[in-house]
Design a protein around this ligand. Sequence first.
Ligand code: GLU
Length: 422
Amino acid sequence: MERTAPGPLAAAQAQVRKAVEALGAGEDLYELLRLPQRTVEVRIPVRMADGSVRVFTGYRAQHLSVLGPCKGGIRFHPGVSREEVQALSIWMTFKSALAGLPFGGGKGGVVVDPRPLREEELEQLSRGYIRALAPVLGPDRDIPAPDAGTGPRVMGWMLDEYERIAGGAAPGVITGKPLALGGSVGREAATGQGVAFAVREAARLLGMPLAGSRVAIQGFGNAGQFTARLLAREGARIVGISDSRGGIYHPGGLDVETAIRHKEETGSVVGLPGTEAIDQVELLQLECEVLVPAALEGAITAEVAQGVRAKVVAEAANGPTTPEGDQVLRDRGVFVIPDILCNAGGVTVSYFEWVQNRTGYPWSEAEVRARLEERMVRAFAQVAAAAQSRGTDTRTAAYVVALERIRAGLRARGLLGSPGAG
Ligand code: GLU
């Protein structure tokens, strides 16, 4: 699907501005937050299997290290750009602050379609990315993780490369690692698990039973697959799924495991026997209780939002709704679980992984799940309470809760004046 204007950076900045205004804060707070502290661009040469050399462009944006080291994933996707990575790093700052994690926001990316690459080429690219950026990374500086187009395998190569450069073990420099290298149990499922907890809380708040409710999932990567699986386990009916090639629909409810297998075998959910083909916009506008955008930014534009028929939009992706789309959803009374709340399960379990690495003591799966649940439930309640007391929509409420914490950190460091000071 085409990406639509305004770009993600403009969208992130508009959301920050709105929160600054809702808090009645001054222009200096917005000025501190509208762009990352540092954006690094690198060229990564890779010797391809045919002997030729290709040079890939990579980025790492470090938005704010006021509440702790920067933290956020690395994306391998042809649509990656400097502005996209910057926007994603801003969202990470707010997400971590909202989840109460001691991190600031970071995000990285490489402009590449990883799918046609051979294993050795992908490994060289992953190692080259770390070689180029190692000086600005570190367990106390900036901690990458997976994002679209990357996963545990890429994180494993990246950790190994970083440790070769550092000359010793540094498992806390990267999260979402394979279990064999100090990854956390429950990290792969974490984003979807967090989405499922958030949807459950929203359903409770709205008095809507989750069992039997209809769910449409846009995007069937890590977040989409685990969300589908876990919501189906709660008794929800997954009536539609789409990916970059198209969508499928089955009003009675799809079997998630069969859909995952079909995607693994064919590269897409399209063509799953017993389903009807639909396009991506039709998926977003299916009649359902819960719509889960779990792909890329900018999917729900104003035009798309006009046709959204879900009661709840659970943003598993980062930035799936444009500010204009957001306004339409608000006007139409759709309950939005904003991305910085909805998909915070990933970075929350990344935090758990980092803690386990630093203490050298692994947690059990039950412990990870229980602590994730506790944090998701708490963050959801804080956002719901702020929306109610301030009379704002849930997205603005989420940003305001996060911004209050960020502002307190800036003030405590003397980077921003305190009220009444001087
Ligand atoms: N890429 C994920 C996100 O956007 C996870 C980040 C992390 O675990 O650091 O939240």
